[in-house]
Write a new protein. Structure first.
Length: 56
């Protein structure tokens, strides 16, 4: 199951830089993860300074 980014996202961009498959992009209000591209590696979860990313 792909990871998801909650509304706690501060749009810092740390997760986008950490994603090895480029599944994360900047959305209108927060960053978003493309579930079809996400490989469930967890790199983004570890990189988020506010804990806004969890397994979805």
């Amino acid at each position: 199951m792909a990871y998801v980014i909650s509304d706690d996202c501060t749009s810092c961009g740390a997760c986008e830089d950490s994603c090895p498959v480029e599944a994360i992009s900047e959305g209108a209000d927060k960053y978003v993860i493309d579930a079809d591209t996400c490989t469930d590696c967890g790199a983004c979860e570890d990189s988020c300074p506010v804990g806004a990313i969890t397994e979805g």
